[in-house]
Design a protein around this ligand. Structure first.
Ligand SMILES: NC(=O)C1=CN([C@@H]2O[C@H](COP(=O)(O)OP(=O)(O)OC[C@H]3O[C@@H](n4cnc5c(N)ncnc54)[C@H](OP(=O)(O)O)[C@@H]3O)[C@@H](O)[C@H]2O)C=CC1
Ligand SMILES: O=C([O-])C1=[NH+]CCC1
Length: 200
């Protein structure tokens, strides 16, 4: 859930204000938590889901509620989408720049190793790239390292107001996960539990 929550913050800061269509590539655990968080926080008119296994796409669509549609290709899912979440275990690109609408926001969650990819060079080089940790991205993200793309800012820079949120451009948020996210999530759970326990 904390990974999806961070992706939602990236979308809140970087997606275009009138975003209507969300595409999710992948149908595993992260896909489900991203679906739940994104449909809770935002009001997409349509959510498209694709994965490499047709049966898993069908199972995912049956398991959730809302305006969701299974797609038979990644291209079909992402063409025209305003926000794209990549949550696969792929080691090769599954998302290509030529399919991505200008001004779309991509939350790139998989490919957390230096030799793994989810996004192609064209997308990485044409987008404004944000990361949770610049240091992490430059040592762990194959999409950043192998494409040679520049990391424009950390998400924290945007939250602090020291770097701009370039919503009008195509943006990529490269998520790798940080210990502080676990610590904050644990504190939120603990505080809620304490508040409940002291009430009863
Ligand atoms: N950035 C972060 O903070 C975090 C990142 N992650 C990363 O997110 C990714 C997804 O994790 P999770 O949801 O737990 O994994 P799951 O194993 O639950 O799901 C993986 C998904 O990837 C798909 N997939 C696997 N191989 C390929 C491929 N070659 N091409 C296209 N799709 C593929 C699977 O499709 P199918 O089932 O059809 O085979 C499935 O939909 C992983 O890379 C994980 O390391 C996870 C946690 C935190
Ligand atoms: O932060 C995390 O838990 C992970 N990041 C990459 C894989 C798992």
């Amino acid at each position: 859930m904390r990974t999806a929550a961070v992706s939602a913050i990236s979308a809140k800061l970087l997606m275009s204000p009138g975003a209507e269509v969300l595409a999710i590539l992948g149908t595993g655990k992260q896909a489900l938590s991203h679906y739940n968080v994104f449909t809770e926080i935002f009001s997409f008119k349509e959510v498209r889901v694709w994965s490499q296994t047709k049966e898993r796409v069908e199972r995912f669509v049956r398991s959730v509620e809302g305006p969701v549609r299974g797609c038979s290709s990644a291209e079909e899912a992402v063409r025209g989408a305003d926000v794209i979440v990549t949550v696969t275990r792929s080691t090769e690109p599954v998302l290509y720049g030529q399919w991505v609408k200008a001004g779309a926001h991509v939350a790139a969650v998989g490919a957390c190793r230096p030799d793994w990819r989810e996004l192609d060079d064209m997308l990485m080089k044409s987008a404004v790239v944000y990361a949770d940790s610049r240091e992490g991205a430059l040592s762990e993200s194959g999409d950043v390292i192998l494409s040679g793309a520049e990391v424009f800012a950390e998400l924290g820079d945007v939250i602090n107001g020291t770097k701009s949120a370039q919503r009008e451009k195509t943006t990529v948020f490269k998520s790798l996960g940080m210990g502080v996210e676990d610590a904050v999530s644990a504190k939120l759970v603990f505080d809620q539990w304490t508040a409940k326990a002291t009430k009863s």
